[in-house]
Design a protein around this ligand. Sequence first.
Ligand SMILES: Nc1nc2c(ncn2[C@@H]2O[C@H](COP(=O)(O)OP(=O)(O)OP(=O)(O)O)[C@@H](O)[C@H]2O)c(=O)[nH]1
Ligand SMILES: [Zn+2]
Length: 192
Amino acid sequence: MITLAAKAKLPTLAGFFDIYTFNDGEPNENAVIVKGDVTGKENVPVRIHSECLTGDVFGSKRCDCRDQLLKSLVYLGEQPYGMLIYLRQEGRGIGLVNKIKAYSLQEEGYDTVEANLKLGLPADQRDYTFAVDVINYFRIKSVKLMTNNPEKIKFLEENGINVSGRISIKSQTTEYNKFYLMTKKEKMGHQI
Ligand SMILES: Nc1nc2c(ncn2[C@@H]2O[C@H](COP(=O)(O)OP(=O)(O)OP(=O)(O)O)[C@@H](O)[C@H]2O)c(=O)[nH]1
Ligand SMILES: [Zn+2]
């Protein structure tokens, strides 16, 4: 269950959005940015983006998060309606300190999945309940999910959301992220 906490206009590099924050009884302050009027609509393009401080903010090349974030924003900015749900689940839910510990292990040769396991943590600890609640809050009839991650689609469908399509977000492969992207494809089933 979520309730609206505050809403305001948010002009961005990708056009005009509204930003919503909600109370959901959890300590994380998630943000939702909405293009146009999504209420009651079908086939709404939705990006569920997981926080990556190193990538989203600092432009780290170890991952493709910033690339996906910017491409999603530009795409949404061109649509009549759509939204981006920004979930504060850094490091696939393990937090910043653990993610940096995992990076350090990756420098010793572990891949992104093995590094989490080595730390005694699950490979992916994320939960998309907040996203489900947001989609229901706007009474959205169906979504086109902007993702390469089949787990996100599965979670939404198992929780009663009608996923009418998938929009893939192709990100740039570089010498720094190619092993990470390959691991996502081969070990985490990403459609890339
Ligand atoms: N634990 C850990 N988290 C990482 C690592 N690299 C990126 N992340 C986090 O992974 C999350 C993004 O997940 P991805 O697997 O890149 O993509 P996704 O969100 O599952 O899939 P898409 O919807 O296609 O973007 C963010 O929370 C990042 O902080 C890493 O090496 N270890
Ligand atoms: Zn990242």
